[in-house]
Design a protein around this ligand. Sequence first.
Ligand SMILES: Cc1ncc(COP(=O)(O)O)c(C=O)c1O
Length: 397
Amino acid sequence: MKLSDRTRLIKPSVTLALAAKAQVMRAEGIDLVNFTAGEPDFDTPQRIKDAAVEALKKGMTKYTDVRGIEPLRLAILEKYRKDYGLKYEKTEVLVSCGGKHALYNAIQAVIDQGEEVVIPAPYWVSYSDMVLLAGGTPRLARTSEESGYKITPEQLKAALTSKTRAFILNSPCNPTGAAYGRDELAALARVLERHDCLILSDDIYEKIVYDGFRFHSILAIEPKLRERTIIFNSLSKSYAMTGWRVGYVLGPAAMISAAANIQSQSTSNATSIAQAAALEALTGPQDEIAVMVGEFHKRRDVIVKRLKGMPGITCFKPQGAFYVFPNVRSLLGKTANGKKLSSASDVVDYFLTEARVLAVPGEDFGSTENIRISYATSIKEIEKGCDRIEAALKKLE
Ligand SMILES: Cc1ncc(COP(=O)(O)O)c(C=O)c1O
């Protein structure tokens, strides 16, 4: 069958593919340490599940407004008002089937053929493919471990051209865990103020931050960017709700309306009972988040310490999210079982075959010398995985 040209532009999500591979290996009885998870290992809090059950019992099983049920949209507006002092109207929010879907719709709504989107690399795997699907061109701005994996104002200035339509800001970042402080955002805002492009702010890890770090919205810092900023968020990570598929986008009414039209011609509304659960998540007690973040914090400290102690690996200490992105450059060129390690993918393959540890290669995140390890797993598993990696490293020649 002839497939559309569009399908040739993109590849399947590597993170989802590897998570599926890990499941198959475990089902086959292989004692695998799985470091691929892009989701909290905690269960969705009971009060949220109960809200969905209640909605189901009450017969909330029909289509809803494409944009989402009104109480949920109002709860989202209230959250952004309370957390960051940002005021949005009902016409400026759209609930979608996960944050990924919210980003997809919005990118379809604002990017035209040939327009460039500046993406600091390393970046979350789906940004570039979503831009390609919209006919746009991803323009990567490489950051390094030395610069804390953050784009500098100078770099941003150099990356913005007359073709730039948008800049993607993801803080805290998947895969590096880097998060921008207030002053850093203010400096980026000063550059963006002078360049007429959109700012796509993916806030999905806003609540998962460590060491007293405070998340700031670039818009709260520079309100002049209001008409050009689009905010994305999701219930997935903060409330351990990845499978429920509820995310949302906030932005100027015309853009929201266009994204809602796209959604109305594809998925229609996010699942009705998942919306009821999301409403409870946002409006009920928020204590579960702190408990979860406390756990992630302990795990981050363990894994960073372990990785830093390994020869040939350097590891940036993340300020947020639940991933580390160790640099394995020094391992490239070494030999394992007669085979030379030439790429981050080779290192991942080696850890899988030799140590039964599965990580994600950096290539799809825009880095050839890093691997992504998720610490959304128990400290016991983290220690076990690190012991195995350490033993495998000793065998390299
Ligand atoms: C940076 C980032 N944005 C968006 C998403 C989308 O998440 P979801 O579609 O589950 O809301 C993810 C998921 O891994 C992510 O890491």
